[in-house]
Design a protein around this ligand. Structure first.
Ligand code: NAD
Length: 484
């Protein structure tokens, strides 16, 4: 029963001015690509073209790496940490000042609800810059200095080539750029081809902050541009977030070179609900775990493991809660689930869901009317899922949950770990001792207890197995950018 209808509450689009076309950000200024190639970035909720963006070829990538090298040698590398910190604090403050504009831009280009870009992405982006700004003058005390020389500064690596995905465009940029700059490296970053716009406005913020030219360079383009960057001979460090498949290719191309590599890849997290868990809270956590950001989350709780004795009440409460989810206009402040980021991602979600049904699992979605234009997928749960089903093994990266059951804690651990991935997991129980027992046995980089999808810049994040290696965030996140 619906008590009342929500009136539309759209955030104003006019707070952001999108240019009709963007060049590459190299050496502190926007420049045309060498061969003039451009591509379009569209709004996935409407399929409207938002802007044309330059596609960097190998010559442009080379130009960006050279700008980063010069800035590293002449300015940023030699600059004392306390001076670097000032720039990072300044960037963090400008991000806060411009957060409404950036949130709207992110929702337009990515399709995520404004409630999330405004209340989750942007505050975390600013927090990352503030946090790593604080480390810039304290690196000697971070525990990574030269052995036998307490208090000596650890050395940066040089030029970092960074490639990021489309699910949290500005947040992934912050995770990459903030620690790299704090530790004295310069960067060339390639945003994803479907979400380049917030990185380009970040380039404007670097200008506004008077960041020395060449310290941050942004090259836009697709996979070929990313490849030219990670394979460039003068890059000292490669940081990649994206699919396991591309991560493997990059690991192969970097093998045998002096480049240092960190990989943040996919996941297939188990969200485990015990019979003593407070059901309403657990249901909020399940919904947040899989429907936050349309399920485009590497650490999404995409496999729900429910203890058999509470299977029915949990499923009933989950379905009831799902009928209340509002799918639609990402700029509406009441929207819970926005648009799927691209036609190709929608295709992937549809294909895997169809395979789930063919293999015998049973799909369920609440009644919901999807907009006519744009890329949309109704929130969906599959019951009757077995470990062998592809929807229980492969990352769908969409609003699709596979529900499995277990009887004992040991069986829950066994099922949770039965995956090639190992990024995150969730545990819902009233017993502290059980949380610790489980957390000890789960092969996952992050384990949340009685909550899910909580992020903090002070806390390291990263995976085991095919979810990658290296940690981002916290003191651990410094290590990836230091010569230790
Ligand atoms: P993707 O691997 O296709 O693309 C990621 C980025 O790599 C994009 O910028 C793309 O242009 C670039 N790229 C593509 N081919 C390349 C190549 N050969 N060399 C260099 N760069 C290349 O992944 P996607 O579909 O954009 O993102 C979804 C995936 O990212 C999911 O699997 C998800 O789990 C993962 N992800 C992981 C994390 C994490 O922190 N572990 C965070 C977000 C997303």
């Amino acid at each position: 029963m619906t008590a009342f209808e929500y009136a539309p509450a759209p955030e104003s689009r006019s707070v952001v001015e999108i240019k009709s076309s963007y060049g590459l950000f190299i050496g502190g200024e926007f420049v045309e690509p060498t061969d003039g190639a451009m591509f379009k970035s569209i709004n996935p909720a409407t399929e409207e073209v938002l802007a044309e963006v330059a596609e960097a070829g190998p010559a442009d990538v080379d130009r960006a790496v050279r700008a980063a090298r010069t800035a590293y040698e002449k300015v940023w590398g030699p600059m004392p940490g306390r001076e670097r910190a000032k720039y990072l604090f300044r960037i963090a403050r400008i991000i806060q000042e411009r957060s409404r504009e950036l949130a709207v831009l992110e929702s337009l280009d990515n399709g995520k609800p404004i409630r999330e870009s405004r209340d989750v992405d942007l505050p975390l982006v600013a927090a990352h810059f503030f946090y790593y700004a604080g480390w810039a003058d304290k690196l000697a005390y971070a525990g990574f200095g030269p052995p036998g020389r307490p208090g000596a500064e650890p050395r940066p690596l040089g030029v970092a080539g960074q490639v990021i995905p489309w699910n949290f465009p500005l947040l992934m940029l912050a995770w990459k750029i903030a620690p790299a700059l704090a530790t004295g490296n310069t960067v060339v970053l390639k945003p994803a081809e479907t979400t380049p716009l917030s990185a380009l406005v970040f380039a404007e913020i670097c200008q506004q902050a008077d960041l020395p030219p060449g310290v941050v360079n942004i090259v836009t383009g697709a996979g070929a541009t990313g490849r030219a960057l990670v394979e460039h001979g003068d890059v000292d460090k490669v940081a990649f977030t994206g699919s396991t498949e591309v991560g493997r290719q990059i690991a192969r191309s970097v093998a045998g070179t002096r480049k240092k590599l960190t990989l943040e890849l996919g996941g297939k997290a188990a969200n485990i609900v015990f019979d003593d868990a407070p059901i309403d809270q657990a249901v909020e956590g399940i919904v947040n775990g899989i429907f936050f950001n349309q399920g485009h989350v590497c650490c999404a709780g995409s496999r729900l493991l429910v203890q058999e004795s509470v299977y029915e009440p949990v499923l009933e409460a989950l379905k009831r809660r799902m009928t209340r989810l509002r799918v639609g206009d990402p700029l509406d402040k009441n929207t819970d689930i926005g648009a799927i980021n691209s036609a190709s991602q929608l295709e992937r979600i549809r294909t895997l869901s169809a395979i789930g049904a063919q293999e015998g699992a049973e799909p369920w979605s609440p009644p919901c009317q999807l907009p006519d234009r744009g890329f949309w997928f109704a929130p969906t749960i599959f019951t009757g899922v077995s470990q062998a089903h592809r929807i229980a093994r492969e990352e769908i990266f969409g609003p699709v949950l596979s529900v499995l059951t277990f009887r004992t804690p040991a069986e829950a651990v066994e099922k949770a770990n039965n995956t090639p991935y190992g990024l995150s997991a969730g545990i819902w129980t009233d017993k502290g001792s059980r949380i610790l027992w489980m957390a000890d046995r789960l092969r996952a980089g992050v384990v949340w207890a009685n909550t899910f999808n909580k992020f903090d810049p002070t806390s390291p994040f990263g995976g085991y197995k095919e979810s990658g290696y290296g940690r981002e965030g916290g003191r651990h996140g410094l290590e990836a950018y230091l010569d230790v």
